[in-house]
Design a protein around this ligand. Sequence first.
Ligand code: CMX
Length: 136
Amino acid sequence: MKVLKVDHIGIAVQSIDEAQKLYHDILGLPDHGRETVAEQKVTTAFFPVGDTEVELLESTAPDGPVAKFIEKKGEGVHHIAFRVDDIDAALEELKAQGVQLIDQTPRKGAGGARIAFLHPKSTRGVLVELCQRDDT
Ligand code: CMX
């Protein structure tokens, strides 16, 4: 398994429009637009910074996972995404090493990426996402 880089850091926010005032207007990160991932009840907004990106996450429904996260913990870092060269092989390897997975097989994430989450029980409480992109 090869981890290539931190692909993005996901931050749960109440409102992307409000949060972008810091990340775009003040910090000056380029705004790469919004995308709703309907199955995950979330709208995402990507702001590239160096070789990685900040991903703001706004829930599209009160019962969505991001809304529940904010309810429990408040706004804040929601997940860290590592880009890998081969997500299928990475999941097999992690499984074989006894790492608990949330997603046994990859699903579709923002920007057409193939993504899978690892269980925070196996990652010291941090939600870790693996992601593979076409341009990897
Ligand atoms: N940080 C720490 N722990 C978290 C967590 C987070 N952000 N989100 C969930 N957990 C914990 C839960 O508390 C739960 O722990 P226990 O098993 O001890 O109770 C465990 O992880 C599993 O969570 P769940 O909600 O019971 O499991 P689900 O399979 O229903 O959902 C997940 C898991 C991570 C997919 C969902 O909570 C989630 O966050 N979905 C949104 C994903 C997202 O951000 N998508 C945006 C697009 C992706 C992208 O392209 O980046």
